[in-house]
Design a protein around this ligand. Structure first.
Ligand code: TMP
Length: 260
């Protein structure tokens, strides 16, 4: 790790300069935070699982024609991605009411929304990522109207695609958060999906039992946090040898995930 220049350390990931210009290495940590850093902890093996889950979902999203920053997975905790200029928005899609929309609008958690709703939040930890409207976004030039059209269209397509993919493995995609970035290729700028898609930034509920299979287990002290992340990976067919009843990042052959 000393070989490379660290560009940025976030709550769940570290970014290093990549081997070639225009590339970055994303390192996935086990660190977990909630409430904008108010609650801190470690979810053992989370980085390994999120690296694999995000790789899987980014590749699938790429296959339906949506450009992403993902290039390839390098090892258990790292992936190579394109350098992007992050658009300073968190794009949240909601299918079922949960979390902040339930609190803000008094909608009981679990209520199916009349249609999928997209919300935009400004990426600014000091301000606690406030919700913003497209009026704010265009007035302050955080993204152009053309970029917003593209982001919104990509977001709804990703939601339709992922909702179906997860329903096929018995999981309801309740809501999730996306980030987008700008890349320049052949003197042209375009928008690509960036960051990660994992149980850290999605709400996944088991269709049968309603059990939460995401970071809400950590946020709300529900226990079995690692197991929930493992279960999502197992259902996606990642680490098929993994048994969901295992209580740590050991696989059924007794080896730690890091050694696979
Ligand atoms: P919320 O209900 O807390 O607004 O969260 C909506 C979705 O967005 C949920 O799946 C978690 C995700 N999310 C993030 O990934 N990062 C964040 O900073 C926040 C606030 C939410």
């Amino acid at each position: 790790m000393t070989r490379r220049r660290q560009i940025y350390e976030g709550k769940a990931k570290i970014l290093y300069e990549g081997p070639e210009p225009g590339t970055i290495v994303q390192y996935f940590k086990d660190d977990a935070t909630a409430g904008n850093g108010a609650k801190k902890g470690i979810i053992t093996g989370k980085g390994v699982l999120n690296n694999r889950i995000s790789e899987y979902l980014m590749l699938k999203i790429g296959e339906i024609g949506i450009p992403t920053h993902f290039i390839k997975r390098l090892n258990m905790r790292e992936q190579l991605v394109k350098t992007v200029e992050i658009i300073p928005l968190e794009v949240v899609v909601r299918n079922i009411a949960a979390g902040s929309i339930s609190k803000r609008l008094g909608i009981e958690e679990g209520t199916r929304l009349p249609r999928s709703i997209v919300e935009f939040y400004l990426k600014n930890d000091e301000l606690n990522d406030p919700i913003v409207s497209e009026e704010h976004i265009s007035a302050f030039d955080w993204a152009t109207p053309q970029e917003m059209d593209e982001i919104t269209a990509y977001t709804f397509r990703i939601n339709d695609f992922l909702s179906g993919l997860f329903l096929g493995i018995g999981i309801q995609l309740v809501d999730f958060k996306l980030e987008f970035g700008r890349v320049w290729e052949n003197d042209e700028m375009h928008v690509v999906l960036a960051d990660e898609i994992s149980p850290d930034n999605c709400r996944f509920w088991d269709v049968q039992s309603g059990e939460k299979l995401d970071k809400d287990r950590f946020r709300r002290d529900l226990g079995k946090v690692e197991e929930a992340y493992q279960e999502v990976a197992r259902r996606l067919g990642i680490f098929p040898e993994m048994n969901s009843s295992e209580t740590n990042t050991e696989t059924s052959n007794g080896k730690g995930l890091e050694s696979i």
